[in-house]
Design a protein around this ligand. Structure first.
Ligand code: SAH
Length: 367
């Protein structure tokens, strides 16, 4: 058997490291996912049954239908402003936005007609897939969140923030260092290496970390959350972020590579050919959103949110006019989305809105 071909990004990374020295993990992740020619998202559509991973909207239409209900109820609470910007960050194949708009046309036709769609996407391959999914709708594409035109905003982001680069810090005998990626010439492969010790004091939670301990932050995620918070403070709107992650900052290396459905691939083995993700720190996101000026709620578990939005009732309604095979598919999809031992608890949802708006559906305080 032939040895697998070298990923085209690898010689470019080697050259960069030869010129600059070891590169921070955040730079590695940004290049592996978003390099303009050889990045993972730049070159392929990773979704679906034969792809690297399956996301909630690809599992079941029920996910988008529930999120449409969320959008319609929040729009109602906003006193139905029109025109409305209905936006999504990292829309993948466009399935979620297609399901949301199809549902809104039925449950809130005035909203569907008065909304312009805004898709924030960097990948040309996935933009084409989104254009096909949203064919005939009033949609515009943007490279960045701040390109969405002014006006009342409803924003959704599913499995987007986990694709933003994380910066990692490593506890060494010499103190905390930035974790970097280097070329190990003897082994002929990329390897993690600690950079120079960081100046300054570390937060008290880290002072006692053992040697070898890793701590992650995502400056890209918190900067974007801050921008979203500022926009929600300046104009009416709300945002719903769904992703896998943790409720509070915790130490640990969560950088993972997903390839061909396997979640345990080596993150350095195939840059540009494996998906790289890191857990979302929801506490940091909420903090950045509120520092920007928005009110925030949650996170709540995905299963709780979808249940509050009526996924079971919607399933029953659809099952009433479906074939046995369709019913089986709808039921197994719903189970996967809300299962307490699966996506239902691993995935969390965080909401943010213009201060003064009521708690969004699914995020009401317990009575
Ligand atoms: N929301 C989709 C896809 C999630 S995968 C779903 O649930 O199926 C992550 C998506 O974010 C992809 O569409 C990817 O191309 C896009 N993406 C990754 N980094 C991005 C960035 N910095 N700016 C905009 N889009 C980005």
């Amino acid at each position: 058997m032939n040895a697998p071909a070298e990923p085209p990004l690898l010689p470019l990374l080697r050259q960069l490291i030869a010129e600059q020295g070891p590169i921070p993990v955040a730079s590695y992740m940004a290049l592996a996912l978003g390099h303009p020619r050889h990045g993972y998202y730049t070159t392929r559509d990773p979704f679906g049954a034969r792809g690297d991973f399956v996301t909630a909207p690809e599992i079941s239409q029920l996910f988008g239908e529930c999120l449409a209900i969320w959008c319609a109820l929040v729009w109602d609470a906003m006193k139905r402003p029109l025109p409305l910007r209905l936006a999504e960050l990292g829309p993948g194949r466009g399935t979620l936005m297609a399901d949301v708009t199809r549902t809104l046309e039925r449950i809130a036709p005035a909203m569907a007609q008065g909304a312009t769609l805004h898709l924030v996407e960097t990948s040309p391959v996935l933009r084409r897939a989104q254009e096909a999914a949203l064919h005939g709708r009033n949609a515009a594409w943007h490279a960045r969140f701040d390109e969405i035109p002014d006006g009342p905003l409803l924003l959704v982001a599913n499995e987007f923030f986990d694709a933003l680069p994380v910066q990692q810090f490593l506890r060494t005998a010499a103190g905390w260092c930035e974790r970097c990626v280097d070329w190990d010439a003897a082994a002929g492969r990329l390897a993690f290496r600690s950079g120079p010790p960081l100046p300054g004091a570390v937060p008290p939670v880290l002072a006692a970390a053992p040697e070898g301990g890793v701590f992650e932050v995502s400056p890209a995620a918190t900067a974007l959350a801050g921008e979203i918070g500022a926009r929600l403070a300046a104009a009416p709107g709300a945002a719903l972020v769904v992703d896998y992650g943790r409720r509070a900052p915790a130490s640990g290396d969560t950088l993972a590579a997903i390839q061909g459905g396997r979640k345990d691939a080596d993150p350095l083995a195939a840059p540009g050919e494996a998906d790289l993700t890191a857990h979302v720190d929801f506490a940091a996101l909420a903090h950045a959103l509120s520092r920007g000026g928005a009110a925030t709620w949650g996170p709540v578990a995905q299963g709780e949110l979808l249940t509050a939005l009526g996924i079971k009732q919607r399933l029953a309604a659809l099952a009433g006019r479906a074939t046995p095979a369709q019913i089986e598919r709808l039921e197994s999809g719903a189970r996967r989305l809300i299962a307490p031992e699966g996506m239902g608890t691993l995935f969390l949802a965080l909401a943010a809105a213009t201060p003064g708006l009521p708690a969004p559906p699914g995020f009401e305080p317990l009575r």
